[in-house]
Design a protein around this ligand. Structure first.
Ligand SMILES: [Fe+2]
Length: 479
């Protein structure tokens, strides 16, 4: 038997572990599934297998659970499985939790010393004919795209030297390449970063290592036609703190930020590091370059936005300082100034997170981003890692600083959605997301016409179970 999970916010209410692996054939559909919508929507998030042996834990430390909605000729089937990592298998065999704090191997039980700590709980990505599941502190896991059975660790046949790979890779829609990076590449507590390229056929063709100005939480990056852009911001790691059993991350507002910009045609030796004002950013919207300017658009807040990351001074996290806005950081690549002629422009007055763009516009100029939003005027519900579920879906026009929104109901929160192209226009397509029904303890899949999100869904697909808040998703067309 296993004991009860804690009653803390990471483990209770809508955040209660599900631990359900299941198949549901032919979900109930209200409305009409669009005839041209055929493919698989993969979602990944944490779902702890066992109660934490240290008493409590943060939401993002749970075991990876991957789910799939397969949409075919107007029918929708659902499947959900754990990603069977080395960590998951060790705890399964022991029938209890063996791993300790988030990204701190010095807090593990002795019997798992040296074993992988990877949870594979963040992002599914389809490229090179493979479905990989990613989490930024370990190597990718490969999963069968039809059965969701775990195939094992994926290291390009052992060619990968880095021990870590980001959960925010970018597929360049022009070259077909998958661009990735790693940080803390030699394991938790190390400083090295790397840049990786997988060609369109799935071969690892580039791995270059470099050192950032300091080790920050580098969760996401941007690509443009000519550059890759790495934001290094002061959510910092301290190896001595780890060895003492402390938290991996602490916000250090005394440090500036740095943005590294490397020409894709060059090498790490050509990287320019530009100093930027202290800020917090977790997710990148997009990047592009024009003339001598390189732009990275991200969700920026003044300070750390996460209640589970402490301040290095012990100060309380101020929720107002953590509100993220879509922001463009621009650099002049001919500038010799320490800040590269840095300019910051707010793109939207509507806070949001989990931004996504049309995959055909990645690295290119673009107009629309779809975000999960919190409208303080609407009812709030606890869900996900910050305990504040998004209660509105937004489609932000960054060219016009305009918002189209779908508020759902008082009993609904949303997660990260996906945009599915239909025609050539940037918003000519479908937008899908899940709606957590807090009054019914279950979840719906909603399908919108992306041009008219405010009109509400054209189809609602009813699930008979609750889907815990996932992190990231990927749509793979049937073709
Ligand atoms: Fe993320």
């Amino acid at each position: 038997m296993t004991g009860p999970f804690p009653t803390s916010p990471s483990f209770s209410g809508y955040n209660a572990p599900s631990r359900i692996e299941c198949d549901v054939y032919d979900l109930e559909v209200e409305g009409e599934i669009p005839a041209d919508l055929n493919g698989s929507w993969y979602r990944c998030g944490p779902d702890p297998q066992y109660p934490p042996h240290l008493g409590d834990d943060i939401y993002i430390n749970g075991d990876g659970m991957i789910s799939m909605f397969r949409i075919e000729d107007g029918h929708v089937d659902f499947k959900m499985r754990y990603v069977q990592t080395e960590r998951w298998k060790a705890e399964r065999a022991a029938r209890r939790s063996l791993y300790g704090k988030y990204r701190n191997p010095w807090t593990d039980s002795p019997e798992v010393k040296g074993k992988s700590r990877g949870t594979a709980n963040t992002t599914p990505v389809w490229h090179g004919g493979r479905l990989l599941v990613l989490k930024e502190d370990h190597v990718p896991m490969e999963v069968d795209p039809d059965t969701l059975a775990t195939r094992g660790e994926f290291t390009w046949n052992g060619k990968l030297r880095s021990k870590t790979v980001t959960a925010h890779p970018k597929i360049d829609p022009v070259t077909g390449e998958l661009l990735l990076f790693g940080y803390e590449c030699e394991g938790d507590g190390s400083s090295a970063m790397c840049f990786l390229v997988e060609d369109k056929h799935g071969n690892l063709i580039r791995e270059e290592w470099f050192e950032p100005p300091y080790v920050g939480m580098i969760h996401d990056f941007a690509i443009t036609t000519d550059y890759v852009i790495f934001p290094v911001l002061p959510t910092t790691m301290d190896p001595d703190r780890l060895k003492a059993g402390g938290d991996h991350w602490k916000w250090d507002g005394s440090l500036p930020g740095w943005v590294g910009i490397m020409p894709r045609a060059g090498t790490a030796a050509d990287m320019k590091w530009f100093e930027v004002p202290t800020a917090f950013a977790f997710h990148v919207i997009n990047g592009f370059n024009e003339g001598t300017q390189a732009h990275i658009d991200l969700m920026v807040s003044n300070r750390n936005a996460f209640p589970f990351i402490g301040d290095i001074t012990g100060a309380e996290v101020d929720p107002q300082e953590g509100v993220p806005y879509a922001t463009r950081w621009s650099f002049d690549m001919t500038s010799t100034a320490r800040d590269g002629g840095f300019r910051s422009t707010r793109l939207a007055e509507h806070p949001g997170e989990l931004p996504l763009v049309d995959a055909r516009r990645v690295g290119q100029p673009y107009r629309y981003t779809y975000v999960a939003m919190i409208d303080p005027a609407q009812r709030m519900h606890m869900s996900g890692p910050t305990y504040m579920g998004a209660n509105m879906i937004g489609k932000v026009d960054v060219a016009e600083n305009a918002l189209q929104a779908y508020p759902g109901t008082d009993e609904t929160t949303f997660q990260e959605g996906a945009f599915i192209p239909r025609g050539p226009g940037e918003d000519d397509g479908w937008y899908i997301n899940v709606a957590d029904r807090h009054d019914q303890n279950r979840t719906d899949l909603l399908i919108f016409d992306a041009k008219r999100i405010a009109d509400g869904p054209v189809a609602t697909v009813r699930l008979p179970l609750r889907l815990r808040n996932a992190f990231h998703t990927t749509w793979v067309p049937a073709t």
